[in-house]
Design a protein around this ligand. Structure first.
Ligand SMILES: Nc1ncnc2c1ncn2[C@@H]1O[C@H](COP(=O)(O)OP(=O)(O)OP(=O)(O)O)[C@@H](O)[C@H]1O
Ligand SMILES: [Mg+2]
Length: 490
């Protein structure tokens, strides 16, 4: 639990690509003097190979090269990586192509012969960018760590309220019901209630009700006497007695068969258990925390869950919001998980690239925090450099989307223009996710595109490109108000 930033190589890395060795030597010298580490390549193909191995912060690339030219290099980089900065270099005569390069996503262009002042200024600017990004990532990681509560990360108002609620309840609560979708952190909350309460030094015992064979429930919970039923060769102490003085966590309580529900209710009400095969009542003092990802109200309505037990458990209900309703926590969860995995895998990862953050921010997260954690674990394993980029995240996300097939339907999917790569399931789902999120954000801003772009962390140009790609920009839809005024300023 240290808040020291991870050791980060503090010099940004520039890859210089030019077929003229004297240019490489000169640029290398200047860049080193400006505080960069330098890699050089004499051709575009070799440059792309290098980029697959090393995470570079900046590419300085010549426009005209014999094998693969600068524009091709930019296109190839942009196809997989939005965060690497690219600067194109060209002679005066090819200035139109330099403009084209900027359209393709180059940050700037330099004309030959080089203006040394401009070159130095540009390098200094980029170096400042890189270190600001690193600082921000370290700060987010520190904040996440500092505001952690019993292993739970959450900076948004929803999670802060939850932490307060746990602090208030933990000293007194006898029974509680934690509800929420899978992966929202129900088990962490149960442990927090135990840990923050007066029984923290006593046992915390978990029984996962979905993993118990139906006929053994009663004996698991309440114990049995030798000979009580076939196979009962020894006396057995049940979970309630084992947890005496401490906490019993009934995970997936919705799976309890009705006869056991009745016995559980009795135990909760009178504080006694009866081992199977015994007439003796034994007193138990146990705090019972139940959790479910089912809709218990519906289970009650449909007769699968006893209403009296439901009301008894539900006296204190702790509902956990799904991750998509508290997206403000995603950057902090991300920062904390990347730190955790960096340490676990012994990698010098400091965080997620800005484009990667946008991918994470707009995903559906049907599997909630668990899914986010799994996606980041895989991406951290894949990431070659100090940043986890959108490339690794998209790969990793498409895998979870594939794992949780069939994917839930996307609203308005019918008017999705067929994406060019719709046959690739992972990519197609990501596109659909992106489209849905953009549409929702536009709705949220009342059709104000500049505001939507800001919320999504995109430049207006990048935002317009996406609108076009998803067919959201030009339709006379309620989402779109004033399409020209924002564009003219982009
Ligand atoms: N707020 C959080 N901060 C950090 N990690 C979290 C948070 N919420 C959940 N996690 C992590 O996500 C994973 C899933 O959490 P947990 O097992 O508590 O979910 P659950 O609600 O019990 O899910 P299920 O209904 O599928 O059992 C765990 O690895 C947990 O550590
Ligand atoms: Mg659980």
């Amino acid at each position: 639990m240290t808040s020291d930033p991870l050791p980060a190589p503090d010099r940004p890395l520039v890859l210089v690509v030019d077929d003229d060795p004297s240019v490489l030597a000169m640029l290398g010298r200047v860049a080193r003097r400006e505080g960069f580490d330098v890699l050089t390549c004499t051709g575009g193909r070799q440059a792309l190979e290098r980029m697959a191995e090393a995470r570079v912060d900046l590419v300085l690339v010549d426009l005209m090269m014999p094998d693969v030219g600068g524009l091709e290099v930019i296109k190839a980089i942009r196809a997989t990586d939005q965060s690497c900065r690219v600067v194109i270099m060209s002679g005066q005569a090819t200035i139109d192509s330099a403009v084209e390069a900027v359209k393709l996503g180059a940050r700037d262009y330099l004309t030959k012969p080089f203006d040394l002042h401009r070159l130095r200024d540009l390098l200094a600017d980029i170096k400042r960018d890189v270190s600001q990004l690193r600082e921000r990532l370290v700060i987010e990681g520190d904040l996440a760590q500092r505001t952690e509560f019993c292993g739970m990360i959450g900076r948004g108002p929803g999670m802060q309220e939850l932490f307060d609620m746990i602090r208030r309840l933990a000293p007194h609560v006898r029974t509680a019901l934690i509800t929420g979708e899978t992966g929202t952190g129900k088990e962490l909350v149960a442990r927090a209630l135990h840990h923050e309460g007066p029984r923290r030094a006593r046992k915390f015992i978990t029984i996962n009700c979905s993993a118990v064979v139906e006929t053994l429930f009663e004996s698991e919970l309440f114990g049995h006497l030798r000979g009580a039923f076939t196979g009962a060769t020894e006396n057995k102490v049940g979970m309630f007695e084992l947890a005496h003085g401490g906490t019993l966590f009934l995970d997936e309580v919705g799976e309890l068969p009705p006869p056991v529900q009745a016995k559980l209710l009795r135990t909760l009400e009178v504080g006694e258990v009866q081992r199977v095969g015994s007439l003796e009542q034994r007193r138990v003092d146990v705090r019972v925390i139940a959790a479910t990802n089912r809709d218990l109200v519906r289970e009650v309505r449909e007769g699968r869950f006893r209403s009296d037990l439901f009301y008894r458990l539900n006296i204190v209900e702790i509902p956990l919001p799904p991750l998509r309703e508290r997206r403000e926590d995603i950057p902090y969860l991300t920062a904390a998980f990347v730190r955790e995995f960096a340490e676990q895998f012994g990698k010098a990862l400091i965080g997620v690239s800005p484009a990667g953050e946008r991918v994470l921010f707009s995903a559906r997260w049907d599997g909630n925090v668990r899914e986010l954690k799994n996606v980041l674990e895989r991406a951290c394993i894949l990431a070659p450099g100090e940043l986890v980029t959108e490339r690794e995240l998209a790969d990793s996300l498409s895998q979870t989307v594939a794992e949780t097939a069939p994917p839930p339907p996307v609203p308005e999917a019918s008017d999705l223009p067929t994406a060019p790569d719709a046959e690739a399931p992972g990519r197609a789902s990501l596109l659909a996710v992106e489209r849905e999120h953009i549409a929702r954000t536009l709705k949220q801003t009342g059709g104000n595109k500049a505001a939507a772009a800001r919320i999504l962390g995109l430049s207006r140009r990048a935002f317009y490109r996406r609108l076009e790609r998803h067919g959201l920009g030009t339709r006379p839809s309620a989402l779109v108000s004033n399409p020209t005024s924002a564009q003219s300023r982009a």
